[in-house]
Design a protein around this ligand. Structure first.
Ligand SMILES: NC(=O)c1ccc[n+]([C@@H]2O[C@H](COP(=O)([O-])OP(=O)(O)OC[C@H]3O[C@@H](n4cnc5c(N)ncnc54)[C@H](O)[C@@H]3O)[C@@H](O)[C@H]2O)c1
Length: 371
């Protein structure tokens, strides 16, 4: 199979979808890997390393799309990439289509087979390809939030860890999954007071056990959310619904307006639409906006700024799926692996992911009936 790796073009996105070790593994199995020149530079990987591993370096992104059977990326395709896709081409990347309707429509109109990293689901319902980036985004959310709480960043001038004799910073985390747990680890490490809100009692018990009571766990209901949010210096959005659905708004704009002026919201769930009503996507070039005195940070590709760590963590986990698709072909790979089948969001002109179908108001087709 011919596998194409274009350079990422999203704002300040320095990750790359394959490392030289992955190229070696694929070429050893007889596959051809085309990689755009300088695709790895932002992650500290030079063209020579890819060439040495057996990749062909390509100047023109269009040539990669023309030749490759399988396009592997990190982030969703952007507008300028839409015309490059060919009918029947396979795309393997983060998609978050429920919050990206124009991307979904473009892929449908181009008859692409689009597999989203974020909906690949194992039998225990875990999301193995979302996990490493959620771990990174969770950890970054707190250091980013701490930075914007500083007075000269526009925040209320609160040190999350405090010092003896003064109150600690108050951190509320909505959603205690991978992002939430990692955010809690860092916030507790800094010495903040941490509240974690989740609707899954098993998740709350787990967090209570691992943090040994150092974080307060709260069942997700309006009363608990309101009380925690109003008392927060830093509010982190980390909720996710199964099946690729849009995130629910757990905090409405009336509640945001009552928060402490200069408080900070980091809505990590923004890639699925955000779980705070006032959130809207921002970029690394222009990461924040202020609404009613509350700083909002809503970047959809947070891990892109720690590109080297993120690229290594992501490609360790995506490579086995790339090898499987390349070795067995799409049909056999999807038929033999239910986790990969759950990853298929779009199969040519049909939607195969329920959360995406719901937003697009289109029927959802079981992938195994189509392939
Ligand atoms: N912005 C970025 O760069 C970036 C990076 C990585 C992940 N993310 C996103 O962060 C979000 C969270 O990812 P994750 O890996 O932690 O997901 P996860 O599935 O591990 O955790 C989500 C948690 O939300 C909880 N939840 C669902 N509904 C809830 C409700 N009504 N109230 C309270 N809790 C509720 C679930 O029980 C679960 O524990 C996702 O949207 C993911 O795509 C964004």
């Amino acid at each position: 199979m011919i596998i194409g790796i274009p350079k990422e073009i999203k704002d300040n996105e320095y990750r790359v979808a394959i490392v030289p070790a992955g190229v070696k593994e694929l070429t050893a199995c007889g596959h051809k890997v085309l990689i755009e020149k300088n695709a790895g530079t932002g992650s500290g990987i030079g063209d020579a390393e890819y060439r040495q591993a057996g990749a062909l370096l390509i100047d023109e992104r269009g040539e990669i799309f023309d030749q490759a059977d399988l396009i592997v990326k990190v982030k969703e395709p952007l507008y300028e990439e839409f015309p490059l896709f060919r009918s029947g081409q396979i795309l393997f990347t983060y998609l978050h289509l429920a919050a990206n309707i124009p991307v979904a429509e473009a892929l449908l109109s181009k008859n692409v087979v689009a597999i989203g990293y974020e909906t690949i689901r194992l039998s225990d319902n875990s999301l193995p390809l979302l996990k490493p980036m959620s771990e990174i985004a969770g950890k970054l959310a707190v250091q980013i939030g701490a930075h914007y709480l500083e007075k000269n960043s526009g925040g209320r001038g609160v040190l999350l860890g405090g010092v003896p004799g003064i109150p600690k910073g108050e951190v509320t985390i909505l959603g205690g999954g991978t992002v939430g747990m990692n955010a809690a680890k860092i916030a507790l490490g800094m010495g903040a007071h941490v509240h974690i809100v989740d609707r899954n009692p098993k998740c709350l018990s787990y967090l209570d056990d691992i943090f040994q009571g150092r974080a307060t766990t709260l069942y997700s209901n309006n009363h608990n959310i309101e009380e925690a949010v109003l008392n927060s210096d830093l509010l982190i959005g980390a909720v996710l619904l199964p099946g690729g659905q849009k995130a629910p708004h757990l905090v409405n704009k009336e509640l945001v307006a009552q928060m402490r002026k200069g408080a900070v919201i980091v809505d990590v769930a923004i890639d699925q639409g955000g779980c705070i009503e006032t959130s809207k996507p921002t970029t690394h070039s222009n990461p924040i906006f202020t609404w009613e005195g509350i700083i909002h940070y809503c970047v959809c590709n947070i891990p892109g700024i720690v590109a080297r760590s993120s690229t290594l963590a992501l490609t360790n986990l995506t490579l086995p799926y790339i090898v499987k698709i390349a070795d067995s072909g799409l049909k056999e790979a999807v038929q033999s692996d239910p986790s990969l089948a759950a990853g298929v969001n779009i199969y040519r002109d049909k939607v195969t992911c329920s959360g995406v179908a719901e937003v697009l108001q289109l029927p959802c087709h079981p992938i195994l009936h189509l392939i």
